[in-house]
Ligand binder design. Structure first.
Ligand code: MRU
Length: 335
């Protein structure tokens, strides 16, 4: 892992430090979380974001609850309610509760740290499986931020790009800015720059034209929740990219740990989609950019139907044309 690669979470004896990603890339500022309410606030407020990273924050939140002898069932509900779409949050909280049944609070801390370390390992396994599918000299397109900042290390889709770049395969990354939180512009561009991976940043509205004119080999994205039939929820705009990719003959890869597969949901229609306040669209920071009283709709994830996905990469390997029977055949993650 490059020395510059930042981890979004640091455990400090009895509290959690969270890198405030809202301030990046201008400033590296850390938020101290002493209570479960603090952890809920950093997750709901987008200081920490990215499915695996919020799952790990939830796991550390449960460790804080155990250390403070709080009501674990109530704190688990609070944490799981912080953001609804990424199933990794509920998965990690549940993994903590199933594994740590005793009163030894240090066991909860240690298991959260173990999940954190394992996430980095899973990411590296996925990165290797995904990078093997990329041809030398490729241009690839990505969306949102799926890097070290979104995970326990390396990243999901960006992890694939990182490893492929290390193997000399990446000519250029096309990164979408990702309105309204600008995870692509603020975070992905920053991570790519630190790793000296060539990239160009694009307005979200430029992705179709870029796909046509610049011919990426792959669109590579992460996932927040995958239903049993392979339908995949990810950052708003992912569905548009998948439709474009199919219509323009560009391959589409989803990279996510097995724990992202929610086998309790039949299809993407059952995935809860987070809607955030309209002000995130009508303002840029403190600056209004729409008329006073403008009404906005702000769903922050969308669902890409499985049939538009060419390859799903998990830690177990790459699945071509993922569907219900293929997903049923891979082992569920322990939790
Ligand atoms: O709203 P965010 O920034 O939490 O959304 C993040 C994404 O949509 C990522 O693509 C997803 O979590 C998978 S990557 C680690």
């Amino acid at each position: 892992m490059a020395a510059t690669m930042l981890t979004p979470l640091r455990w400090m004896d009895d509290h959690l430090l969270v890198l405030d990603q809202r301030a990046l890339p201008a400033e590296q500022r850390w938020i101290r979380c002493d209570t479960v309410a603090d952890v809920v606030n950093v997750i709901a407020g987008m200081a920490v974001r990215g499915a695996p990273a919020i799952g790990l924050a939830g796991a550390y939140g449960m460790a804080i609850a155990a250390l403070r002898s709080e009501d674990l069932a109530d704190r688990a509900d609070m944490l799981c309610g912080a953001r609804p779409t990424a199933v990794h949050l509920a998965w990690a909280v549940q993994a903590m509760r199933s594994r740590c049944t005793g009163k030894d609070a240090q066991a909860w801390v240690q298991y959260a740290q173990q999940l954190h370390a394992e996430d980095a390992e899973l990411n590296f396994a996925m990165a290797s499986h995904g990078a093997a599918l990329i041809s030398p000299g490729s241009r690839v397109m990505t969306h949102c931020n799926t890097g070290a900042l979104a995970t326990g290390g390396w990243g999901t889709a960006l992890g694939v790009i990182r490893v492929a770049h290390g193997a000399g395969k990446i000519a250029e990354v096309l990164a979408g800015e990702t309105r309204p939180w600008l995870q692509g512009a603020r975070l992905t561009a920053w991570e790519l720059q630190q790793e000296k991976i060539p990239y160009r940043l694009l307005a979200d509205g430029a992705m179709a034209w870029a796909m046509r004119q610049l011919r990426p080999e792959w669109v590579i994205v992460g996932a927040d929740r995958i239903a049993a039939n392979g339908d995949t929820a990810n950052k708003i705009g992912t569905f548009s990219l998948a439709v474009l990719a199919r219509s323009l003959g560009v391959k589409f890869m989803v990279v996510a740990p097995d724990a992202t597969i929610d086998r309790t949901l039949e299809s993407g229609a059952d995935i809860p989609i987070e809607e955030r306040p309209g002000e995130e669209l009508t303002r840029l920071g403190a600056q209004p950019i729409a008329p006073a009283g403008a009404v906005a709709w702000n769903p922050v994830f969308d669902v890409t139907p499985a049939e538009l996905i060419d390859v799903l990469v998990t830690e177990h390997g790459a699945i071509s044309q993922p569907d219900r029977s293929q997903l049923a055949a891979v082992a569920p993650a322990a939790g």
